[in-house]
Design a protein around this ligand. Structure first.
Ligand SMILES: Cc1cc2nc3c(=O)[nH]c(=O)nc-3n(C[C@H](O)[C@H](O)[C@H](O)COP(=O)(O)O)c2cc1C
Length: 213
């Protein structure tokens, strides 16, 4: 059993969060969920069989009452990072991928990612429209993740231009980072093509493999 921190971002694939949560919990894992504001547009967090659901507002508990941070108050993104054995972000949308790549940290989830030690496991499951996936920014951001997580390589590698090939490169050379290459499917917007999040059982299998390695 492991402590899995499940980050959920603003993709249609977030509708599968209750199923993903259930599958991880049935596997014996202790799961806490971190939602971006956009993620909550896609499903009702009350459908999750847990109260361990964290939102951006939880980082700033006193702010809503007009109060300030007090010395020794816990810092939620650091507490959650300390608690977890593995960070899973599923679905990972284009916006949060960009933030991870650039090191931006303007919400709870991106602060956790930025504070995460690179010798601990991360599993990412991107999901986006085909044209978003094919945009050069996706490859640029995946290239940056590769650079950030392949610090153990002694020799520089030539990097492919295509996003799916970059996922493969990450999975081969970044021991603690897994990027689950999206699949071709009829997407929620009606387009058919690359960009759909992999199936829930594929995500769970990747989590198990990352924890075992
Ligand atoms: C109905 C709808 C569906 C969306 N689906 C996706 C998606 O599958 N992938 C994606 O990258 N962005 C998608 N977006 C856009 C993101 O929700 C948007 O970029 C948002 O700012 C992401 O914020 P977050 O990364 O903080 O969750 C969608 C937006 C809407 C309104």
């Amino acid at each position: 059993m492991a402590k899995v921190l499940l980050g959920v971002t603003g993709s249609v694939a977030a509708i599968r969060t209750p199923l993903l949560y259930e599958s991880l919990a049935q596997g014996g894992h202790d799961v806490r969920v971190v939602l971006t504001e956009s993620a909550e547009y896609f499903f009702d967090a009350r459908a999750l069989a847990t109260e361990a659901v964290f939102r951006d507002a939880d980082e700033w508990p006193r702010r809503r009452h007009g109060e300030r941070y007090q010395r020794d108050d816990p810092v939620l993104h650091i507490e959650l990072r300390r608690w977890a054995d593995l960070l899973l972000v599923a679905p990972l949308d284009a916006h949060t991928l960009a933030k991870f790549a650039l090191g931006l940290c303007d919400n709870l989830l991106s602060c956790i990612y930025r504070a995460w030690e690179r010798d601990r496991p991360i599993v990412l499951a991107p999901a986006m429209n085909t044209t978003m996936w094919d945009h050069p920014a996706t490859a640029r951001h995946l290239r940056q993740l590769f650079i950030d997580h392949s610090t153990f390589l002694s020799e520089p590698l030539s990097m492919p231009a295509e996003a799916s090939a970059l996922c493969e490169l990450v999975n081969q050379h970044c021991p603690k980072l897994r990027v689950l290459t999206p699949v071709v499917k009829r997407l929620a917007c009606g387009d058919e093509g690359m960009g759909a999040m992999v199936e829930v059982n594929t995500i769970v299998a990747a989590v198990e493999a990352a924890l075992a390695s």
